[in-house]
Each structure stands twice: as C-alpha cells, then as structure tokens.
Ligand binder design. Structure first.
Ligand SMILES: *[C@@H]1O[C@H](CO)[C@@H](O)[C@H](O)[C@H]1NC(C)=O
Length: 439
C-alpha cells in the first residue's frame, strides 16, 4: 500500500516550520525587566493605522550605573525591514547604537528621566505600518536595567475616535468569528433536521457529530466575544473561562470524532479494539496539555519568559495528536483490504475501503492545510491582511466538517453499505484489476 509514509514526512516538516513561529498580537501588556543587560529587549508588535498611539508607562526604574550618557538607553519603534537595515549599519560600524540610527523612531530615551524613576509617555504614530516596540541598552556590560513596563498600543477609530486595541488587519476578526459561528449554527440546524428525517438509520456517531458542530459554533461565538472585548478594552478577560472550556471540549471532541470515524466505530463495528482505545487514551490527555499550553501562550505574549517553551510544547503535542489520529484510519484501511480479499463481499468492502481512503486523504489535507498552509499565509501576507489566514483556516475547517458530515451522513440507501449484485460484480472486477497492477 502506497499510503502513509510521505504524509508523515509532511507532518514532520510542518513541525519544523512551526518552531520559528511569531504571531502579531498586541493589547495592553505588563512586563518586568530585572537586572537585565541585554542590548536589545523586544516587547511587542503592533500594526498601526495613521491614527496609531503608543502609551508607555514605565516605573520602578533602577540602573546599575548612573554615570553614563543615558541618551543611549531607551525605547524605540521600528519596522522589521528597518530593523534589518539597522543591524547592517551596526555591523558596518556606521553607528554604535541602534538608537542613533535614523531608521528607528525613538519613543523615550532615559536622559529625559533626570533622576526620576518612572515616566509616562504618549507617542503618536502616524505612519501606518507594523512596528516592534524595542528597548535598547547600548552599554551592555556596564549597565544593568530593572523596570516595570506597561505598554498599550492602539489605533483610534476613524469616525467615533474610540480606541481599537486590535492590530490593523486583525480588527475585523470579531466579525469573522461571529459570521463563522452563525454558519456552524446553521450546519447544526441542518444536521438536526437530517437526524430527524433519517431517524431509522441514525447511529450513535451522528449524535456525536452534532455535539462537535455545536461545540464549534459555541467556541467561535466565545472567540468573537473574546476578540471584541480585547478590541474595546485591551485586555483579554471577557468570556475567557467559557472560551477556554469550549475550545478544550472542541479540541477533544474533534480528535475523538476523527478517531471514531477512522476506526469505523458504529459504522463497521459497535466496539473499539484495544489499540484503538489506546490511541484515544493518548490523544485525549495530549489535548488537555495542548489546551493548557494554548492558555499560557495567549496570556503571556510573544516575549514572555516561557512563551517559546509553551509554544514548542503545544506544537509538539499538536503534531503527535495529528499523527496519532491517522493510525486508526490506516488500520481500518488495512483491515478492509484484507477482508476484501478473503470474504465473499469484495465489493461492499471495496466501497468502504474507498470511503476510508478518501477520509484518510481529507484528514491529511485538513491537518496539513490548517497547520502549514495557514502558517505560510500568515508569514507572506502583509500585516494589513493578517485576518486572511484566520479565514483560510476556518474555511478549511468548515470544508472538513461538511465533507465528514456529507460522507458519513445517515442514509437508508447509503451506497457504501447496500450494494446490488451488478455493482458487486463490477467492484470485484475493479479489485482484481487493482491487484494485478500491484503485482
Ligand atoms: C500612561 O501614560 C499615559 C500617557 O502619558 C497616560 O495618559 C496614562 O494615564 C498612563 N497610564 C497609567 C496606568 O499610568
């Protein structure tokens, strides 16, 4: 069978592309710097519109050496492109300190402190672009800095003048999520109708599928509320708890559903084999870990201390889950192939085999698209269109749900399960042909 190995390779590849992932999320952030002598400390990233604002409140500043020229210590804003040039300038020796470059926009240099140990600063950014907020300390070994930093970046809304704490390009996300939650509510409605109409051929798994769709709709609704709360207030404490509960349940149920369908549970057989149960016993706790990691990642921002670690935990777990859910499908395909050879009902089994092969391919595509392609989109699209990667991921997920629902819907005359003699013969022929090809 020419099935899995190449796709596993793709999944491994996706792991590596992921490890250098950096998102752009910004809201109000609090960070603490302790006795730090790093020359550059990145704080946050944000896409500004022409009415961008940066509020910087720094307190508890303490410097290990007070006899230096503090104009070489301070905060600045810088686009990624400009930063690459600054690095070049530093390397060529044109400048000695990033703050001296005319490519960066100084926000506050510490010579303005004049003995004080805190400052508040409002910076107006009128050039629309994506900027990084960075702290530069051009004395490295000679100077250690401690401080508490509160940074808030936002854009003013054109008409109302309200603050919008979502980065340009992400500001329509609440609406996107809300729209998708409506779509899933619609799907849930259709599914309930189908279950009711075909109630004589409904299996347990159909109710399970219904719960997955409902959870997805609720999850998206919470995500919309969560994002719109961030948009308005800059902090992420709207419907947080509900949101995490739903994404947690959604993650577990989606993976469980893929495993259950993959094993053919309730279609092919009413029970699970031991090794299939083991897959579930691996995937469910891993989803718990993945969700905890996701919470930490969301709360601590890209430059937090443990951010990278948790991101890696999350990605590793995600990849393991994605691989694990493929095994039951592969086993089913193998069993069906063997059954097709040995028992008399070749055609029935062949049809089921085709179904499971399609399902396998679609699961692979779904996993690959939502992890690798979406990441690639995120990297190559301009910050102004960063919502497109979210839409792409949600569309792929929607297509996956619709495909699964369509292929495994309850149906009295499901071609995969009821077959007349003529088709049986044709299918048997096809199988013979296929065998010859393989030999
Ligand atoms: C932070 O600084 C800004 C700009 O000076 C000021 O308007 C705001 O009140 C300060 N916020 C806090 C929490 O100190």
């Amino acid at each position: 069978m020419a099935l899995p190995s190449s796709s596993f390779f793709l999944l491994l590849l996706s792991l590596f592309t992921f490890l250098c992932f950096s998102p752009s999320l910004a809201e109000i952030r609090f960070s603490e710097v302790r006795n730090d002598d790093r020359p550059i400390i990145p704080f946050d990233q944000f896409g500004f519109t022409p009415t961008g604002r940066l509020e910087l409140n720094v307190s508890h500043i303490s410097l290990s050496n007070n006899n230096l020229d503090l104009s070489k210590v301070g905060f600045f804003l810088c686009t990624l492109d400009a930063w690459l040039h600054v690095l070049q300038q530093l390397e060529d020796g044109e400048i000695r300190c990033a703050l001296q470059s005319d490519l960066v926009k100084p926000v506050y240099t510490f010579n303005s402190l004049k003995g004080s140990n805190s400052f508040d600063n409002l910076y107006l950014e009128n050039d629309a672009d994506q900027y990084n907020l960075v702290f530069a300390n051009c004395y490295q070994e000679q100077l250690k800095v401690s401080m508490k930093v509160r940074s808030a970046m936002y854009n003013l809304d054109g008409k109302s003048g309200n603050r919008d704490y979502l980065s340009a390009g992400r500001t329509i996300l609440p609406r996107v999520y809300f729209l998708f939650s409506l779509v899933y509510s619609g799907l849930a409605g259709i599914w309930i109708y189908i279950i009711y109409k075909k109630r004589l051929t409904v299996f347990g798994i159909h109710f399970f599928m219904l719960s997955v769709v409902i959870l997805k709709a609720l999850n998206l609704l919470c995500e919309a509320e969560d994002k719109s709360y961030i948009k308005r207030t800059g902090s992420a404490h709207g419907w947080d708890v509900l949101f995490y509960i739903f994404s947690f349940l959604k993650g577990i149920t989606l993976f469980t559903l893929i495993v259950l369908i993959g094993t053919g549970w309730s279609f092919l057989k009413p029970y699970l084999q031991d090794k299939e149960k083991k897959v579930l016993m691996i995937v469910i706790p891993l989803q718990v870990v993945a969700n905890i990691a996701q919470v930490v990642i969301d709360e601590s921002g890209p430059y937090g201390h443990d951010w990278i670690t948790w991101k890696q935990v999350f990605l590793l777990v995600d990849v393991v889950c994605c691989c694990a859910v493929l095994f039951p499908i592969v086993w089913s395909i193998k069993n069906l192939r063997e059954a097709a050879r040995t028992d008399g009902k070749a055609a029935v089994n062949l049809m089921k085999l085709t179904l499971f092969r399609h399902y396998y391919i679609v699961v692979i595509c779904y996993i690959y698209f939502t992890r690798v392609v979406v990441y690639a989109l995120e990297t190559i699209t301009s910050y102004r269109y960063s919502w497109t990667s979210v839409v792409a991921a949600e569309l792929a997920t929607l297509a996956f749900y619709v495909f699964t629902g369509y292929k495994f819907k309850p149906e009295a005359h499901n071609p995969y399960f009821v077959i007349d003699d003529e088709e049986e013969e044709a299918a048997a022929e096809a199988l013979k042909l296929e065998d010859e090809f393989e030999l």
